[in-house]
Design a protein. Sequence first.
Length: 219
Amino acid sequence: MSTPARFDRLARAYRWMEYFSFGPYLQQCRRLRIVEMTTCRHALVYGDGDGRFLAELMRRAPEIRATAVDASSKMLLRLARRLPPETPVRLVHADALECEPARFPEAPFDLVVSHFFLDCLNETEMATLLAHVNDAADEAALWVVSDFAIPQRAPARLLGAWIVRGLYLAFGLLTGLRTRRLPDHPRAMREAGWMLEDRHELLFGLLVSESWRRKAPSL
């Protein structure tokens, strides 16, 4: 397992770094499926950064009870400041890979959200996270994934590969992140019992928004 990245040092500048590198597109990707999330009641959110997504979700659906997990205490502090007063959100300061399902008394969750989080994991860490999620998620849970991807069509594919490589190098220098390539999260999720329901691309396929549904166990 790789050494946990240190995202505390990015908390104050995170929004502006995001805006100057990708404009409004990352936030647009996070918000893309908010409407379908509003029918859920118990959400498990991994790595929401400075909390702009979760604050909007809770304003739109205040009846949702959410648990937000982040290894950065400063990111969680910024998230807490964005939330509407008396919002039913529990903040968990922990490495998601070490956060056992026993830490989630709110389980089972019918919604799992990971925005630009899975790209921080390698294949082994993906398997660990999926095991934790499967223990904590409802049998028919929805999992919304926003992430980077390598575009399939040329010339966007070559440019996208260079952009992703540059992002890994930058985050490696700034946070100590050791991951250097995108994990094959679709394969890992399918093998763990999740089925892709919908996939939407932004920026010519550099960003993807996916909706996954946990498959009911075979009788």
